[in-house]
Design a protein around this ligand. Sequence first.
Ligand SMILES: Nc1ncnc2c1ncn2[C@@H]1O[C@H](COP(=O)(O)OP(=O)(O)OP(=O)(O)O)[C@@H](O)[C@H]1O
Length: 288
Amino acid sequence: MRENTRQPEAAPGLRAYGAVELRAVTRRYGRTVHALRGIDLSLPYGTFTAVMGPSGSGKSTFLQCAAGLDRPTSGSVHLAGTDLGALGENKLTALRRTRLGFVFQAFNLLPSLTVEQNVLLPLRLAGHRPEGHRAARVLAQVGLEGHARRRPDQLSGGQQQRVALARALVTSPEVIFADEPTGALDTTTAAEILALLRAAVDTPADAAGPGGTGATVVMVTHDPTAAAHADRVLFLADGRLAGSLERRPGENVPQRADRIAARMADLTARRTGPAAHPAPQAAPEPVA
Ligand SMILES: Nc1ncnc2c1ncn2[C@@H]1O[C@H](COP(=O)(O)OP(=O)(O)OP(=O)(O)O)[C@@H](O)[C@H]1O
């Protein structure tokens, strides 16, 4: 079900390229709003990256451009080796449907469809015959065995987000883009969803990446605890990368969340405090 644009499986040199690569990406709205001012990054296969930043810093714009939902004003985006700028709308849509997964804050399930039908929707839209066993596999993966015939309004919020995650996983996507996936959930349920995203990255059996890595996850969040589940947190400020934090070996989620919250507080203070004039120019840490 992959497109021809996909790179050969397990080509050793492929690992030299990221699953998500942005080069000098800018996005302007009209003449005056510079939502992204030149983003360069490479996210390795089988990694979990969180993107944080103050309100208006460009997180959603970044996610939209990285996921091929929006086109940059300048610069290039490569997903798993495919240059999105070289694709017309039809090919871009096909790539999104077959090689990417999406999870949103509002779940975005179709209320009139059963859980199984919702999960199989990406396969249907991609023109494949939906196979019940694939829905059963991903529903088991997210802990929803036995719920296939229910409708979304018969499920809790956490269960609905599990369905959305199963729907994102059903095509074994190379990259999963998540926009505030825990924003509408309580703390315990949020932790469960984050553990499932983490598992999608850590489970080679899902074989989404070349050489059998798990999925690559890119998640926008406001929540330091959610970001603490990622391998790396990227910080955006005023449309630029303003540093990153790496996961430290042996550090637990609360400790990491504290570090992330401190960095966010620092970014926000630079923006709003007396030192915020002129606009912050934090020296970006190099992003591999
Ligand atoms: N369609 C649009 N037209 C004009 N300006 C826009 C549009 N979308 C976003 N912007 C502007 O671009 C900048 C970045 O917005 P973006 O939504 O990417 O930020 P964000 O970090 O996701 O914010 P938030 O955390 O509040 O959701 C903001 O100044 C915003 O007002």
